[in-house]
Design a protein around this ligand. Structure first.
Ligand code: HEM
Length: 122
């Protein structure tokens, strides 16, 4: 039987390493870094944790995402299509850094692409 995406990515630890690297890129990015200005170190860690759990859940892992739904969490931030592209680029760079194979990378990015309509406002 084919393993699910969570298992093929290596489970929780490799996923959390990718998300940690991805969020560092987001926080320091010259275009999208502005969204995280004024967030404490602890708030950023909380965000990283929620994103890790969410990715574990959507890839078929046992973790339960307990954060807000994606529309509610992003409503009013005014995220543009350009911000979305930068975010996908940063996530792709992190997946490449950890040498996630093409097939798993494509599957994860396709999954994430489904969130675009509820996150992008402008
Ligand atoms: C790749 C797709 C994305 C995913 C999987 C994602 C996931 C999440 C999650 C799980 C949360 C936490 C929800 C909660 O606090 O309950 C969140 C919040 C947030 N996201 Fe995203 N997000 C994505 C795209 C973006 C983009 C494109 C931006 C802006 C560049 C962004 C900016 C934010 C900010 C600023 C918050 C904190 C909102 C607040 O606490 O008021 N996100 N996101």
């Amino acid at each position: 039987m084919q393993k699910n995406l969570y298992e093929r990515l290596g489970g929780y630890d490799p996923i959390s390493a990718v998300v940690d690297d991805f969020m560092q890129r987001q926080f320091t990015d010259k275009q999208v870094g502005r969204f995280y200005v004024g967030h404490s170190t602890n708030s950023k860690k909380r965000l990283r944790q929620l994103i890790t759990e969410m990715i574990c859940e959507i890839t078929g892992g046992p973790a339960k995402y307990v954060g807000r739904d994606m529309r509610t969490a992003h409503a009013g931030l005014g995220i543009t299509g350009g911000d979305w592209e930068v975010t996908v680029k940063n996530l792709t760079a992190s997946l490449d850094k950890f040498k996630v194979p093409q097939k798993e990378k494509d599957e994860l990015l396709a999954n994430v692409a489904g969130l675009r309509p509820v996150i992008v406002e402008l």
